[in-house]
Design a protein around this ligand. Structure first.
Ligand code: ZN
Length: 124
Protein backbone atom coordinates (compact mmCIF):
# COMPACT_ATOMS: atom_id res chain seq x y z
CA UNK A 1 0.00 0.00 0.00
CA UNK A 2 1.29 3.44 -0.88
CA UNK A 3 -1.26 5.29 1.25
CA UNK A 4 -3.17 6.51 -1.79
CA UNK A 5 -6.88 5.90 -2.27
CA UNK A 6 -7.87 2.26 -2.54
CA UNK A 7 -9.63 1.44 -5.79
CA UNK A 8 -11.58 -1.46 -7.22
CA UNK A 9 -12.32 -2.36 -10.82
CA UNK A 10 -15.88 -3.58 -11.28
CA UNK A 11 -17.22 -5.11 -14.50
CA UNK A 12 -20.53 -3.35 -15.07
CA UNK A 13 -23.18 -4.45 -17.53
CA UNK A 14 -23.71 -1.04 -19.10
CA UNK A 15 -20.31 0.69 -18.77
CA UNK A 16 -17.84 -2.22 -18.94
CA UNK A 17 -14.95 -2.22 -16.46
CA UNK A 18 -15.10 0.82 -14.16
CA UNK A 19 -12.42 1.68 -11.60
CA UNK A 20 -13.84 3.35 -8.52
CA UNK A 21 -12.32 4.65 -5.28
CA UNK A 22 -13.36 2.59 -2.25
CA UNK A 23 -14.10 4.10 1.15
CA UNK A 24 -11.92 2.77 3.97
CA UNK A 25 -14.83 0.77 5.47
CA UNK A 26 -15.63 -1.07 2.21
CA UNK A 27 -14.84 -4.79 2.24
CA UNK A 28 -13.65 -4.42 -1.36
CA UNK A 29 -16.05 -7.04 -2.71
CA UNK A 30 -18.26 -5.79 -5.54
CA UNK A 31 -20.75 -7.71 -7.62
CA UNK A 32 -19.89 -7.87 -11.32
CA UNK A 33 -22.53 -7.79 -14.05
CA UNK A 34 -24.75 -5.07 -12.62
CA UNK A 35 -25.48 -1.65 -14.08
CA UNK A 36 -23.23 1.13 -12.77
CA UNK A 37 -26.17 2.67 -10.83
CA UNK A 38 -26.30 -0.57 -8.78
CA UNK A 39 -22.60 -0.60 -7.87
CA UNK A 40 -22.39 -0.74 -4.07
CA UNK A 41 -19.68 -0.39 -1.45
CA UNK A 42 -20.49 -2.62 1.50
CA UNK A 43 -18.93 -2.80 4.95
CA UNK A 44 -18.82 -5.69 7.44
CA UNK A 45 -22.21 -6.80 8.74
CA UNK A 46 -23.32 -7.14 12.30
CA UNK A 47 -26.16 -9.50 13.16
CA UNK A 48 -28.30 -10.39 16.16
CA UNK A 49 -28.15 -14.13 16.78
CA UNK A 50 -30.91 -15.51 18.99
CA UNK A 51 -30.57 -19.00 20.45
CA UNK A 52 -33.94 -20.72 20.39
CA UNK A 53 -34.73 -24.43 21.02
CA UNK A 54 -34.48 -25.36 17.32
CA UNK A 55 -31.13 -23.62 16.79
CA UNK A 56 -29.81 -20.11 16.29
CA UNK A 57 -31.84 -17.56 14.32
CA UNK A 58 -30.25 -14.46 12.85
CA UNK A 59 -32.01 -11.12 12.81
CA UNK A 60 -31.34 -7.56 11.80
CA UNK A 61 -28.25 -8.00 9.65
CA UNK A 62 -26.84 -4.50 9.26
CA UNK A 63 -23.83 -2.85 7.65
CA UNK A 64 -22.60 0.33 6.02
CA UNK A 65 -23.41 0.71 2.33
CA UNK A 66 -23.13 3.29 -0.41
CA UNK A 67 -24.39 3.41 -4.01
CA UNK A 68 -22.20 6.25 -5.35
CA UNK A 69 -23.75 6.19 -8.83
CA UNK A 70 -27.37 5.60 -7.83
CA UNK A 71 -30.09 7.38 -9.78
CA UNK A 72 -31.54 8.25 -6.36
CA UNK A 73 -29.38 11.04 -4.86
CA UNK A 74 -30.31 9.87 -1.33
CA UNK A 75 -28.51 6.57 -1.96
CA UNK A 76 -25.25 8.18 -3.10
CA UNK A 77 -24.26 8.99 0.49
CA UNK A 78 -23.26 6.43 3.10
CA UNK A 79 -26.18 4.66 4.75
CA UNK A 80 -26.75 1.52 6.79
CA UNK A 81 -28.52 -1.38 5.11
CA UNK A 82 -30.68 -3.31 7.59
CA UNK A 83 -32.52 -6.57 6.95
CA UNK A 84 -36.03 -6.09 8.32
CA UNK A 85 -38.22 -9.11 7.79
CA UNK A 86 -37.44 -10.32 4.28
CA UNK A 87 -36.34 -6.97 2.81
CA UNK A 88 -33.27 -4.79 2.99
CA UNK A 89 -33.82 -1.16 3.92
CA UNK A 90 -31.28 1.66 3.68
CA UNK A 91 -31.40 3.97 6.66
CA UNK A 92 -29.69 7.28 7.29
CA UNK A 93 -28.34 8.31 10.70
CA UNK A 94 -31.66 9.58 12.11
CA UNK A 95 -33.65 6.60 10.82
CA UNK A 96 -31.11 4.15 12.28
CA UNK A 97 -31.23 5.91 15.67
CA UNK A 98 -35.04 5.69 15.49
CA UNK A 99 -34.87 1.95 14.76
CA UNK A 100 -32.49 1.44 17.70
CA UNK A 101 -34.88 3.35 19.99
CA UNK A 102 -37.83 1.25 18.79
CA UNK A 103 -35.86 -1.93 19.47
CA UNK A 104 -35.20 -0.77 23.05
CA UNK A 105 -38.94 -0.17 23.49
CA UNK A 106 -39.66 -3.60 22.04
CA UNK A 107 -37.12 -5.22 24.39
CA UNK A 108 -39.13 -3.73 27.26
CA UNK A 109 -42.32 -5.23 25.84
CA UNK A 110 -40.63 -8.64 25.66
CA UNK A 111 -39.57 -8.31 29.31
CA UNK A 112 -43.17 -7.40 30.20
CA UNK A 113 -44.38 -10.47 28.29
CA UNK A 114 -41.89 -12.63 30.18
CA UNK A 115 -43.33 -11.35 33.46
CA UNK A 116 -46.84 -11.95 32.14
CA UNK A 117 -45.81 -15.49 31.20
CA UNK A 118 -44.65 -16.16 34.76
CA UNK A 119 -48.00 -14.91 36.08
CA UNK A 120 -49.92 -16.94 33.49
CA UNK A 121 -47.99 -20.08 34.41
CA UNK A 122 -48.65 -19.41 38.11
CA UNK A 123 -52.38 -19.05 37.40
CA UNK A 124 -52.71 -22.48 35.79
ZN1 ZN B 1 -15.90 -0.58 -2.46
Amino acid sequence: MNGGPRTATVRTLDQGPVTVPCPSWCLGVHEDGLDLVDLAHEGPETVLTVDVPHGPVQLLDAGLCQYPYSSDPDDRGVQVAVLLGTGWHRLDHDALRMLAAQLVVHAGRLRDLAAELLNAEGAL
